[in-house]
Design a protein around this ligand. Sequence first.
Ligand code: SF4
Length: 342
Amino acid sequence: MTRAPVASREHPLLEVNALKKHFPIRGGLLGRTTGNVHAVDGVTFDIRRGETLSLVGESGCGKSTVGKAILRLFALTDGEVYLDGERIDNMPARTLRAMRKRVQVVFQDPFSSLNPRQKVRDILAEPLINFGMARGRRDLNAKVEALMDKVRLPRDAVDRFPHEFSGGQRQRICIARALAPGADLIICDEAVSALDVSVKAQIINLMVDLQDELGLALLFISHDLATVEHLTHRVAVMYLGKIVELADRRSLFAHSHHPYTRALLSAVPVPDPMAKRNRIILTGDVPSPINPPSGCRFHTRCPFVFDRCRTEEPLLRKMGEGHLSACHLDEVPGGQVLPNAA
Ligand code: SF4
């Protein structure tokens, strides 16, 4: 399965501009602010209708914080978020409801995100009622059954409780609940990470089919490049609160520029067991987002680090059509050939 790029529209469905989220650290008897966790530090991207953008990086890189900031689960430190051209990050609480109808989320753990005391019928009816999507009991039941059809669960399972389903089936219920209000954008936060390989593939195929059928935009947050390879149109790679590379799927997987992306890609299993791949092993831990490294944030782990990296922050530069990368080596005249890892 390959995914063709999504054609440009007049304006993207979602625009995120220079988003920052710092969480204050409070300490002492008076609870004064003693520092900040720089969870997200100036992230910019957009998503078009019918497009999947994957936000990929190691645990703690800030990718889930980006998703939660778009959902307005907390206020931004700085930056702007637009949905269909309308600014939503500073929307007053009374008008947020319309935005929430259009932007839904599917989390990693379907069991904890479903009320164990509610039957599936009630779980799916709740958003339909809350957002005024059903006229009367008969219409409500028909819409609940249509949602079951959409996620390929049997209609007669609506009177079961979440614990009576497998992990993959529970994630289908979460997807159905996200579809219920007629969302335009679904944020999938590690939505398939906890599933077995074969179930993961089934859920990914379901998401792709739903996207094609409904024209959904997907922000797919994952720590794993292999998971997103066949699902995504574009990929943004995050490291310690910043996007270090952003490109369409084909370009990123075939011609990645940033050493961090290359390290992540080198860990992706290849189907042919005889095929050789030079694995780039990153040494050291991800530095603390409380006190991120100077210059390039990746310099403490980069196999290609040189003096400039320690003092000067590399900016995202255009490497090709729609392909951005933030590495000083990208400025090497006449090409983007990286030296081999030691
Ligand atoms: Fe590595 Fe320097 Fe490029 Fe950062 S700027 S990724 S440290 S080579």
